[in-house]
Design a protein around this ligand. Structure first.
Ligand SMILES: *Cc1c(COP(=O)(O)O)cnc(C)c1O
Length: 396
């Protein structure tokens, strides 16, 4: 029997979302998530994935995954601290440390889970965390879980950060103070001001934590935002995911050996949840090896990104302030944005509308994620659709 309280809660809230047009219908993809996807039997140019380097469908990763299934089976069998740490997990961590140029790495089951794990392993209710107002949901939840005082600073406003850091430290109320930020912000594609942030951190002895989900594989020739600025020795936590540019699943923290040793004994998702499967670990390792060996995919990603951005700009669209492949096409009005995305779909392009409350009111946009796997023809076809619909809706 379903609880009647639950039933009425669900009915009321689901219909409220539907009335406000905020109930998200999920489109299942038939087959692989490549540069072209199939939804409802229709082939679409895919500009919505986070598969920056096209590795999710790469033949070499598939082979590595298959071999690991043959040699190690389908699952890890236990949590890491019992006997679920396979040699494949250690190889992954060693490769990641080499790639990130840090002493050590701990890997987790996802990026989200990593933020849940790592923040609260170090911060507690006697501490404070300075958090950029546009930080990802997993950072927000990880901070909440720690019970530290959360102090939000204005987006990428280093003066605001300095003022709040000074206040927090000089108040004498907190044992430790951390500053935490996305390396690359996923809605606008702007890069965190890490050099200034590190200066402020040094001045006030702050712990530094960079979530580089959208920077890894993309900036710093693939090694991430911290490497892009040459700050590997100045950032305590370099968090990253294996699910975006690396094309697989998993998260990790790269840092000093003592920090990683501590996370191995204190982070709860590491202690109480089973590790990623052999196929995941082996495919991720292969992805990192490929990025260490060659920057070809990274260069292709940037080439495609510039091509798409230049094309949209020439057509007269507002593509915002992105400094990375993330390419928002800012339409403004929420309804126009939804309509634009729907028309793109009808014309064979899959690019999602992102509107309030994910972005501020009146800043609705269609977000494009070009990848290394797109061909010039695909991008030309997408631009043609943009031109047609932009004119049709009187936006260009
Ligand atoms: C996607 C994302 C995550 C979560 O990573 P998953 O590996 O998909 O769980 C964490 N932080 C940021 C900034 C992200 O964009």
């Amino acid at each position: 029997m379903t609880s009647s309280v639950l039933q009425s809660f669900l009915n009321e809230n689901i219909s409220a979302l539907k009335e406000r047009g905020l109930y998200n219908e999920i489109d299942p993809v038939q087959g692989a998530n490549g540069p072209v996807i199939t939804i409802d039997g229709q082939k679409l140019i895919n500009l919505s994935s986070n598969n920056y380097l096209g590795l999710a469908t790469d033949e070499r990763l598939r082979e590595a995954a298959k071999e690991a299934v043959d040699s190690h089976g389908a699952g890890a069998g236990a949590v890491r601290t019992i006997n679920g740490t396979l040699d494949l997990h250690l190889t992954l961590e060693e490769k990641l440390a080499e790639f990130k140029d840090t002493e050590a790495v701990i890997s987790y089951q996802s990026g989200f889970n990593c933020n849940m794990a790592a923040i609260s392993a170090v911060m507690d209710k006697h501490d404070a965390i300075l958090s950029d107002e546009l930080n990802h949901a997993s950072i927000i939840d990880g901070c909440r879980l720690s019970k530290a005082k959360i102090i939000r600073f204005d987006h990428s406003d280093m003066e605001d950060l300095r003022t709040k850091a000074k206040e927090a430290v000089e108040s004498g109320q907190y044992n430790k103070v951390m500053v935490i930020t996305d390396g690359v912000f996923s809605m606008d594609g702007d890069i965190a001001k890490l050099p200034e942030m590190v200066d402020i951190a040094e001045a006030f002895d702050l712990i530094t934590y960079v979530d580089d989900a959208h920077g890894s594989g993309v900036l710093g020739k693939g090694a991430g935002t911290v490497k892009h600025f040459g700050l590997q020795d100045k950032v305590d936590f370099q968090m990253g995911t294996l699910s975006k540019a690396m094309g697989v699943i998993g998260g990790y923290v790269a840092g000093k050996t003592e920090l990683i040793d501590w996370l191995k004994v204190r982070s709860r998702p590491f202690l109480f949840s089973t590790a990623v499967s052999p196929a995941d670990a082996a495919a991720s390792t292969k992805a990192i090896e490929l990025l260490i060996q060659s920057t070809d995919l990274n260069e292709k990603l940037w080439k495609n990104s510039h091509y798409l951005k230049d094309g949209l700009k020439k057509l007269g669209f507002d593509i915002g302030v992105s400094e990375t492949p993330i390419t928002p096409c800012i339409i403004g009005d929420e309804k126009d944005t939804q309509k634009f995305s729907k028309r793109l779909y009808e014309e064979g392009v899959y690019a999602k509308a992102i509107v309030f409350p994910t972005v501020p009111r009146g800043k609705g946009r269609v977000r494009n994620m070009p990848t290394a796997a797109h061909t010039k023809e695909m991008l030309d076809d997408a631009l043609k659709a943009y031109e047609k619909i932009g004119k049709e809706l009187g936006l260009i």
